[in-house]
Design a protein around this ligand. Structure first.
Ligand code: SIN
Length: 289
């Protein structure tokens, strides 16, 4: 059991199973493991099954030195599930399933806050596989938070308070800026607001976790604007607890692969305007319950 005294948390030891094909090196007691000894260009059923299990165990997997072509990136994604196409983001030409985040010195992107991906969909993604292409000499790390531990660490009274509550998620805060009235109306029709539970049960592990995305959540269903803001901001504080985080320093050809159902992530915009380009394939998920 994780132990908590006031705001101090003692994270229990993480266990690593025995695998035949992969070397799993946990990065913290609560989230994230680096996977060594793997070439993602050479996949087979046993390797994919072990990676899937390690992914469930550690929530975010990190790989180094994976010099993948676009096709190999897609192949790895497809070995894990079906891929989706992001409706609003830039894509690699000829490969719409590869989303591109290529920094622009003066523009904020929606990943620069704690979030889980594409929660404005009725069925938000299962997970994402992000490949570093151009990495600045400093800054631009990505932080990940274990949202099951974030839930576990809430006071009992808060757990009771949020049990059965739903949040309204929309594309509009992140992608609505700069859209004309017509474009907004069209996007709203294709991607109507979605109601997702604040506490989600992971479909594979059965664990409960907070399901949130600051860039997509608008309000809490059934609350006044003021009540909703107070609760949302209180819950947003959870991902900031260092004991439930891991921080990843990118290199070219590094990969971070996160389970979108039980984690949040935050791309830190501290690279001083230097170029950072990462490319993502995203796995279709199911409706949160
Ligand atoms: C993302 O949210 O998919 C991107 C995260 C990052 O750029 O590190």
């Amino acid at each position: 059991m994780n132990q908590q005294k006031g705001t101090i948390v003692r994270v229990e030891a993480t266990t690593v199973r025995d695998f035949n094909r992969i070397d799993v090196r946990p990065m913290t007691g609560s989230i994230g493991a680096e996977i060594a000894g793997v070439d993602l260009r050479e996949l087979d059923d046993e390797l994919v099954a072990e990676l899937r299990q390690a992914w469930l165990d550690h929530k975010v997997l990190f790989f180094r030195d994976q010099d993948l072509t676009h096709q190999q990136h897609l192949d790895y994604g497809r070995a894990l599930g079906e891929l989706e196409v992001h409706p609003f983001s830039d894509q690699v030409e000829g490969h719409p399933e590869i989303l591109v985040i290529d920094s622009k010195p003066d523009a904020f992107i929606s990943a620069e806050t704690w979030h889980s991906d594409v929660t404005f969909r009725e069925a938000p993604p299962l997970g994402s596989i992000l490949l570093g292409r151009i990495i600045p000499p400093y800054g631009g790390d990505t932080c990940f938070a274990n949202m099951e531990l974030a839930y576990e660490m809430l006071p009992d009274a808060t757990k009771e308070e949020i049990d059965g509550l739903y949040a309204i998620h929309s594309y509009v805060k992140a992608f609505g800026k700069g859209m004309s009235e017509e474009q907004l109306a069209e996007a709203q029709q294709k991607y109507p607001d979605q109601k997702h539970p604040l506490v989600r049960t992971h479909p594979e592990t059965g664990n409960k976790g907070l399901f949130m995305a600051r860039n997509f959540m608008l309000t809490i269903d059934g609350m006044t604007a003021e009540e909703s803001k107070e609760l949302r901001y209180r819950l947003y504080e959870q991902s900031k607890i260092p004991e439930l985080q891991v921080r990843f320093r990118w290199q070219p050809n590094s990969i971070a692969q996160w389970d979108n159902r039980c984690t949040q992530h935050y791309a830190i915009p501290d690279h001083g305007g230097q170029r950072r380009r990462v490319e993502r394939v995203t796995l279709i998920g199911d409706r949160p319950v």
